[in-house]
Design a protein around this ligand. Structure first.
Ligand code: FE2
Length: 378
């Protein structure tokens, strides 16, 4: 619907998308110790470690591990030397997302189109080559120190990108937990900056704002944030942008901005086709999720109506449910996955709903506040 409405070309009346995107190509995290983080993502999130790039492959200043699970591809990169942009990024922000790479048919043209519309260039189009062919990349800046790299791989036969070699460790057995693809990735920006980045995605990238239940204030008496969701032409890329709103207490967005030292990716929502099974495995693997008060489930049926999943199973795992006009969704939020209270994960299963769970923010926050009140702490 709205997500697929593209600007009309007046002369031919044909639908045009100046930035056709086939999907997320990879997400690159800059971390303090990529070797250890790779094992965390393997053992906890069920990723396979499939590729490596580092000094042995000609990269002198950093080491990277490529992780995969179904359509998900993450790169974890660590600096090997102190006076490098990667080292400075890790020093300032802690572990976090540096690059949301977008898969395109023509990277140079994507770069040209977006820079012409006002994007800040980060890396001019460059052809990476090896014996398997060539990949073209080019990067532009988005919020904070985060970037988008356009990746064009239609002339490449290799397993990922030039510079990476296959990683093999026979001691690691593949144990996927059913994570499929990125449903959405949320950015936190500073107070007053949300509309600036909404405009960036609209004007520079050609995205549309999704009409959803999340584009108004998400607030309780004490916690507040504002959020708008931007989506590309084919709807495969969805970027909600949050900014803190005035509440009686420091919001979770304010806390993020303080510890990340500025804007950045707040959470990645990973899709599953069986959230009960996926979350059961993630919990068994040691991933910690936000606590959901049992009171949340007392009025669940009244709020969301009939659902396929047994409420008892959802309650046992702490899975939340929200409904919109098109269906419902199930979701759960992890605790931050590093010591700074910054990046966390959402696990989501959609049953028709295309929104983002606004009803849960309010219900969850209010449930937490009810418990605080019972303890005399509100
Ligand atoms: Fe989300």
């Amino acid at each position: 619907m709205l997500a697929n409405e593209m600007p009309q070309n007046e002369s031919t009346n044909q639908v045009t998308d100046f930035l056709p995107i086939q999907g997320t190509f990879y997400v690159e995290f800059l971390v303090g110790n990529a070797k250890q983080a790779a094992l965390y993502y393997h053992y906890v999130f069920g990723f396979d470690i499939i590729g490596y790039r580092g000094p042995e492959t000609g990269h002198r200043a950093s080491a990277s591990y490529l992780l995969g699970q179904n359509k998900l591809r993450f790169i974890l990169t660590s600096p090997l030397k102190p006076d490098t942009p990667i080292a400075k990024h890790v020093y300032q922000h802690g572990d976090g997302v540096k690059d949301i790479a977008l898969w395109v048919e023509d990277a140079a043209e994507s770069f040209r189109q977006t820079v012409q519309r006002g994007a800040k260039p980060v890396r001019e189009p460059e052809v990476l080559q090896d014996e398997e062919g060539e990949v073209v990349i080019a990067s532009i800046a988005t919020y904070g120190d985060t970037i988008h790299t356009f990746v064009q791989n239609n002339r490449y036969q290799g397993f990922f990108m030039p510079g990476f070699r296959k990683w093999e460790n026979r001691a690691l057995t593949s144990k996927p937990v059913g994570l499929q693809y990125i449903d959405h990735m949320v950015g936190n920006v500073a107070l007053g900056e949300m509309n600036q980045y909404v405009d960036f995605y609209a004007q520079v990238m050609g995205f549309k704002q999704l009409v959803s239940f999340d584009d108004k204030d998400i607030s309780t008496k004490y916690t507040a944030l504002m959020s708008k969701v931007m989506s590309n032409g084919n709807g495969r890329i969805k970027f909600p942008i949050n900014e803190p709103a005035q509440g009686l207490k420091k919001s979770q967005i304010d806390e993020y901005l303080e510890f990340y030292q500025g804007p950045g990716v707040q959470h990645l929502a990973l899709a599953t086709h069986d959230i009960i099974e996926t979350v059961t495995q993630l919990k068994n693997n040691g991933l910690e999720f936000l606590y959901v008060p049992e009171t949340y489930y007392n009025d669940l049926k009244e709020r969301v109506g009939e659902i396929d999943e047994p409420v008892e199973a959802l309650k046992k795992l702490g899975i939340l449910v929200d409904r919109d006009e098109e269906g419902y969704l199930l979701q759960i939020f992890s605790k931050p996955v590093q010591d700074r209270p910054t990046v966390f994960y959402e696990i989501i299963e959609r049953k028709g709903a295309r929104s983002f769970g606004k009803g849960n923010f309010k219900a969850l926050f209010e449930a937490i506040e009810r418990e605080q009140a019972l303890r005399g702490n509100l």
